[in-house]
Write a protein that binds this ligand. Sequence first.
Ligand code: GDP
Length: 445
Amino acid sequence: MFESLSERLGGVFDRLTKAGALTEADVITALREVRVALLEADVSLPVARDFIKRVQDKATGVAVTKSITPGQMVVKIVHDELIRVLAGDGEPDALKIDNPPATILMVGLQGSGKTTTTAKLAKRLKDRNGKRVLLASLDTNRPAAMEQLAILAAQVGVDSLPIVKGESAVQIAKRAKTQANLGGYDVLFLDTAGRLHIDEVLMDEVQAVRDIAAPRETLLVVDGLTGQDAVNVAAEFDGKVGISGVVLTRMDGDGRGGAALSMRAITGKPIRFVGLGEKMDALETFEAERVAGRILGMGDIVALVEKAQETFEAEQAERMAKRFAKGLFNMNDLRMQLEQMIKMGGMQGLMGMLPGMGKMQAAAAEAGLDDKMLKRQIALIQSMTKRERANPDLLQASRKKRIAAGAGLDVSDLNRLLKQHKQMADMMKKMGKGGMMKQALKQMM
Ligand code: GDP
């Protein structure tokens, strides 16, 4: 479920997470795409607009945290906001079935999957919770519907109320309550008559049944494929009968999935379950975390961001390893190393990971190589021309003066950097020849 929304958002976030630093304009552009994606996924316009606005407000407020990029931040905020909307106030998703027999009223339009869902829920309660379940169909207009429920009940191994011709829905509800009490059932499902449209007469009937049955839960079953209509149906039913939760069916076939988001945002009612097929066990509890992950197509956002970084770093490390193995180590390599060191907690951290580098680690500590120092060294390298970086042997007095001045430092600082580079390059060469570097880097990765 949710494929196309996830693909769409995935594309947006690919661009976001790859960009190093995002301007506010980038965030706004990206969010515009998120909005289009939400609309395409059949999220209603006001919900999408509201959603984007909240994300934008939040993203703008925290735009300059040092440790993560704005792109990662936007992803995280979109993700958190999706969960917030989908999960609502975090109502417990377990059905209220204490005080047996607990009555669960099933309502919804004809063809929404109400009868199927009733049987699926009965199976679930029986199999997982060991509950004794009784099913009763109140669909007096369609004898076939009553028979269908009886067949499904037998199929999942629960009881169904014997069908008596000529009874009204309210009469059946009363008989079912009595039967549930006498028979020692834990849960009674009342499967109300389906209707093609919202219809006053049938709505009145559901109200009458509700008043007799005093249900612990009134679950609305809606076809997730109907998108915006499903949301309207939910609002209608909630206004007339009052619902305690929603079951979204056909989420196996839905390429869009925006209904879940709108449903939640507009009705404020929790989505308790999703139907994922015609089979009796194709029903899952609705989990906001998982659904948000699916909507984004990224599973766990944090894991994804980390993975993106890892991939990038692994590629970089591999490229470097190849150069080192050949004994190559120019100023660009040194710069990458220095940047890596800052990321990995300074010189100490990095050296500690390389076997055979203990001596250099001690030397680094002695030389007081801290982050400030590393940043100055990077500035010096940045101040070099492309040719100079590739071949530091070019650096004679006048070039040195220019480079140091460019970085706002002294020539002595540059000389120290060059000395350090030479030491490292020599070591790379030695290790490269013996194949030691390859081994060391292999261990590292
Ligand atoms: P009712 O009129 O609301 O009681 O609807 P039914 O329970 O009779 O379901 C109508 C059709 O939808 C049946 O063919 C079911 O097998 C099918 N159906 C129900 N739920 C799902 C679902 O989650 N996924 C899919 N693919 N089909 C479903």
